[in-house]
Design a protein around this ligand. Structure first.
Ligand code: MF3
Ligand code: CO
Ligand code: CO
Length: 271
């Protein structure tokens, strides 16, 4: 049977993948995670974000994979690098990192047709206490969202878990961007919101593949997109952080496709 006719699609338009498809997602996710591991030692004061992106582009090629972002809606880079008050979709460029800058690096690769999408936070030089708090809460919010993943729960349960956690620490969840289904395509239904009410939204089923990628601001949730049509920043200039995993729903919970081979997913503190 032709590939695109395998599996099925739910009434909410969400593709249900098969057992054998998990292996392809693991391979793609692992490459994205490996490249993100390799960025740890490269994020230092004085490095430009264009340099970091060049490294990523080279590694994707070397691995015989493809960057999903180069050519995506006109985007020209192998990563998004979002520094300080940039929420997401920061464009790599000649600007160099300063001591204490925090940044998200987001990489999406295509391996044998499968998409692996992940992002993490890094710090150049010394981490301030307030940045450390923001990064810790954002990381733990993603993990709280993943804990809510199991068949029978809903996407609203995931969003609620994330929102509750973030707001209990007096920080804000960005509402202008969301996670997404992925698999043999980059962005597919559903929109995975990082806020919501328990029991609402589509019901999770084994075989769904999607990202969870909460963006958390120290100040208010509002964002705006700069004139370059990509860079999203906090309107109040407050610091923003994000972590992203690609996951699959199993019979009992979630399998994370983008686990760090080096245990560096949270590079600023380990694990
Ligand atoms: N990787 C991003 C995501 O998590 C998408 C980046 S699209 C780009 O969905 F064109 F900005 F690279
Ligand atoms: Co994504
Ligand atoms: Co991403």
């Amino acid at each position: 049977m032709k590939d695109e006719h395998r599996g099925r699609v739910t009434k909410d338009g969400i593709r249900i993948y098969e057992q054998g498809d998990f292996a392809g997602m693991h391979k793609a996710g692992e490459l994205a995670a490996l490249i993100l591991d390799e960025m740890c030692e490269r994020v230092v004061p004085g490095a430009s974000t264009a340099e970091l992106d060049d490294y990523i582009r080279g590694r994707v090629e070397e691995a015989g994979a493809k960057s999903a972002t180069i050519g995506y809606r006109g985007y020209q880079h192998a990563s998004c690098i979002s520094v300080n008050h940039v929420v997401c979709h920061g464009i790599p460029g000649p600007k160099t990192l300063k001591d204490g800058d925090i940044l998200n690096i987001d990489v999406t690769v295509i391996v044998d047709g499968w998409f692996g999408d992940s992002s993490r936070m890094y710090v150049a030089g010394k981490l301030s206490r307030k940045s450390e708090r923001l990064i810790q809460v954002t990381h733990d919010a993603l993990m709280a969202g993943i804990e809510a993943v199991k068949p029978g729960n809903t996407f609203g349960d995931i969003g609620f878990a994330i929102q509750q956690f973030v707001e209990s620490h007096r920080m804000s969840v960005v509402r202008d961007f969301c996670g997404h289904g992925l698999g043999r395509v980059f962005h597919a239904p559903p929109n995975v919101l990082h806020y919501g009410r328990p029991g609402t939204g589509a019901t999770l089923e084994e075989g769904m593949f999607f990202t969870i990628e909460p963006m958390v601001n120290l100040g208010r949730a509002e964002t705006k997109v700069l004139a370059d049509d990509w860079t999203a920043v906090t309107r109040d200039k407050s610091l923003s952080a994000q972590f992203e995993h690609s996951i699959g729903v199993t019979a009992t919970g979630a399998e994370i496709f983008t686990l760090s081979p080096g245990g560096l997913f949270h590079p600023t503190f380990g694990s």
